[in-house]
Design a protein around this ligand. Structure first.
Ligand SMILES: CC(C)(COP(=O)(O)OP(=O)(O)OC[C@H]1O[C@@H](n2cnc3c(N)ncnc32)[C@H](O)[C@@H]1OP(=O)(O)O)[C@@H](O)C(=O)NCCC(=O)NCCS
Length: 102
């Protein structure tokens, strides 16, 4: 019906929200938002500082429904940055801070 993943980068205390997908037969019922909230709660429980994600199609969804802001490739952990640079997909980077800086 729907899926989502959280990939943790412990060295940077960052989590990547990935693979969010809702079956078209079940869209617009709040499932996407529930999964976003689920991953955010998990990330907070795990003590992560920040969530990042890459999106080509659903950029405005993550801004308006998930509270994410536009980031840059510099926000990605180094290993993820390397994959990003080689993917050639030119996805946009989105970021959500989970803790106040400092
Ligand atoms: C984007 C997606 C996860 C949304 O899931 P959903 O369960 O239908 O979303 P919700 O029910 O939580 O939210 C629905 C709202 O989001 C809006 N929305 C849906 N898809 C959107 C998109 N691509 N861009 C902007 N807004 C979008 C709807 O218009 C609706 O707005 P409203 O509440 O103001 O009427 C789902 O459509 C999907 O899986 N799309 C294909 C895969 C994809 O793009 N995944 C993102 C990974 S990069």
């Amino acid at each position: 019906m729907a899926c989502v993943a959280l990939h943790v980068y412990p060295a940077q205390q960052k989590g990547e929200l990935a693979s969010l997908y809702v079956d078209p037969a079940h869209e617009n019922q709040g499932l996407g938002r529930k999964l976003l909230q689920f991953v955010e709660n998990k990330a907070r429980e795990s003590g992560l500082n920040e969530l990042i994600l890459l999106s080509t199609q659903a950029f405005t969804y993550f801004q308006s429904k998930g509270g994410f802001s536009e980031g840059t490739p510099d926000d990605l952990p180094p290993s993820r940055r390397e994959k990003y640079d080689h993917s050639g997909r030119n996805s946009k980077v989105l970021v959500k801070k989970l803790k106040a800086a400092g």
